[in-house]
Design a protein around this ligand. Sequence first.
Ligand SMILES: *Cc1c(COP(=O)(O)O)cnc(C)c1O
Length: 232
Amino acid sequence: MPEAEDREISNISDRSSTKVIDRIAQITKDLPSTVKLVAVSKYANISAIRAAYAAGIRDFGESRVQDATQKQQELKELDDICWHFIGSLQSNKAKSAIQRFDWIHSVDRLGWVQQLDRLAIETGKSPQLCLQVKMAPDPNKAGWDEYELMQDLDAIQQCQNLNIVGLMTILPIGLDRNQAYDLFVKAANLAEKLRSQGWSSLQQLSMGMSGDYDMAIKAGATLIRVGSKIFN
Ligand SMILES: *Cc1c(COP(=O)(O)O)cnc(C)c1O
């Protein structure tokens, strides 16, 4: 009975679309107007992304260039989606990343900054970039700690073809809420310090995920990256 089967599949997908739409409404109802919700769709299928779009989401985050490329193809007609790259960059994907994403949140070392600077000239593309920083020692995470960032600052600022707009941070796992809040504040203070030293374009703070975005907002996040709370 193929028809009954089709109906069943469409009921399941209606149900999961409704869930996605409800979750988004729940998150956005308390969201200050200064904070952009990036729906992290790295584990979401096309119909879930369409549901999120229908709920008003225009910013989607992906952590693999190849997966994102495929989704972008399938969603071509939704041409006002803003795509955010949040994964770790691989050098053979850097050119695709700069061409296919409006934002790259996860620029995590000087070599990348310099390569993206060259690629910006070559491709004529200059997405919004965030520098990934570590506010606590974490061997599992990429990014600059504050000391390393200060060391690289001059070299970064020499890359004049880039549009570096802020900082991004991911916290170590296993923190309690107060510890999380303190580290988000530390990231906000670092951005403030860099602005006060003349880097006035550093306005964005990409921080906070499903488990801790409320703390990140309290500390001054301008972009939150929420995946499982929307799509799981
Ligand atoms: C997966 C991912 C997220 C989303 O995490 P959730 O806990 O599912 O909300 C946010 N940021 C980065 C960098 C990610 O890789």
